[in-house]
Design a protein around this ligand. Structure first.
Ligand code: CP
Ligand code: NVA
Length: 324
């Protein structure tokens, strides 16, 4: 997509996304995801261009609420807002007290009087739903216990950059059946890829999200879950892993380290997949646990491309939801 087409896509709200929220990849259709990724690719290719897709000229603001720690999401939403010509307002965990100091609906209704979009990283997904339902401003999920849709869009962009298309790809997941896997499954099936997940018993992805992904794909074999990492990675185009203990689960860390010890992505597992396999990680990574340094820093790793693509994908998200 060139800059002129991207400008029209946003200005004319061709995708009908202006004023809507992005809490889950399920909020978007195949066509909306595909076009958003083409817009993200346009932002990626033209980051230093003097021509702009959107220039808010300081007339738009985006609030960011973080209940949990963040490096990538915090920096890339801040930069995304500024690069679109807007003003970011970042709020840390101690400042807002979502659901403790103040009801999430009241927080959202207040924010909507000042800003044009709310980006929030929360423990409970229901906080995002309550904020979305309370106000007219777009709410963006910057990670919840259920999903990480902005990560999934960046991951899809990364796979498209390296493999040409998502159509027909097989993405293997090794590790915890968590928020990142949920969004990855949903975006993958929308774009014609399959996901084979290897997770220990009791740590599989939510059945309802597996079923939703299978139904979106129109075929049950589009998403499969096994407990055997070797079975999942056989012939895969990419192997993706994430931390064994997500934010909010720290009390389970020791138990999880024992449960997941068989689920490390190391060179042996990469070799079992074959030379075509990329390595993916949303980061932060725990070297020596879910991935070895040899793999994370190795030639197959695209983890830093994923991190860079967060910026481009989120510029697409903000411009489509907030408009020109
Ligand atoms: N991948 C990701 O969301 O990173 P942060 O937790 O650092 O934002
Ligand atoms: N699953 C991890 C992802 C961090 C980006 C977590 O929720 O902590």
């Amino acid at each position: 997509m060139n800059i002129a087409d991207a400008r029209d896509l946003v200005a004319q709200d061709v995708l009908g996304l202006k004023g809507t929220s992005l809490l889950s990849i399920r909020d978007w259709s195949r066509q909306q995801v595909t076009a958003a990724l083409e817009l993200a690719d346009c932002y990626a290719r033209n980051r230093r261009s003097v021509e702009t897709v959107v220039d808010w000229q300081g007339r738009r603001a985006v609030a960011m609420i973080f209940e949990k720690a963040s490096l990538r999401t915090r920096v890339t939403f801040d930069l995304a807002t500024r690069e679109l010509g807007g003003m970011p307002v970042a709020l840390g965990p101690a400042e807002v007290g979502l659901g403790t100091r103040e009801e999430p609906g009241d927080v959202a209704r207040n924010l909507a009087r000042w800003v044009d979009g709310i980006v929030a990283r929360v423990y409970k997904h229901e906080m995002l739903v309550a904020m979305r339902d309370a106000c007219g401003a777009p709410v963006v999920n910057a990670l919840s216990d259920q999903e990480h849709p902005c990560q999934a869009l960046a991951d899809a962009l990364t796979l498209i950059q390296h493999k040409g298309s998502m159509e027909g790809l097989t993405v293997a997941w090794v590790g915890d059946g968590n928020n990142v896997l949920h969004s990855l499954m949903l975006v993958s099936v929308l774009l014609g890829a399959r996901v084979r997940a290897a997770c220990p018993a009791g740590y599989e992805p939510h059945e309802c999200i597996v079923a939703a992904a299978q139904s979106l794909a129109g075929r049950p074999d589009a998403v499969s879950v096994t407990s055997d990492p070797l079975e999942a990675v056989q012939g895969a185009d990419a192997i993706y892993t994430d931390v064994w203990t997500s934010m909010g689960q720290e009390a389970e860390a020791e138990v999880r380290r024992g449960v997941f010890s068989r689920y490390q992505v190391n060179q042996r597992l990469m070799d079992a997949a074959g030379p075509q396999a990329l390595f993916m990680h949303c980061m932060p990574a725990h070297r020596g646990d879910e991935v070895t340094s040899e793999v994370l820093d190795g030639p197959a790793s695209v983890a830093l491309d994923q991190a860079e693509n967060r910026l481009h994908a989120q510029k697409a998200v903000l411009s489509l939801l907030i408009g020109a």
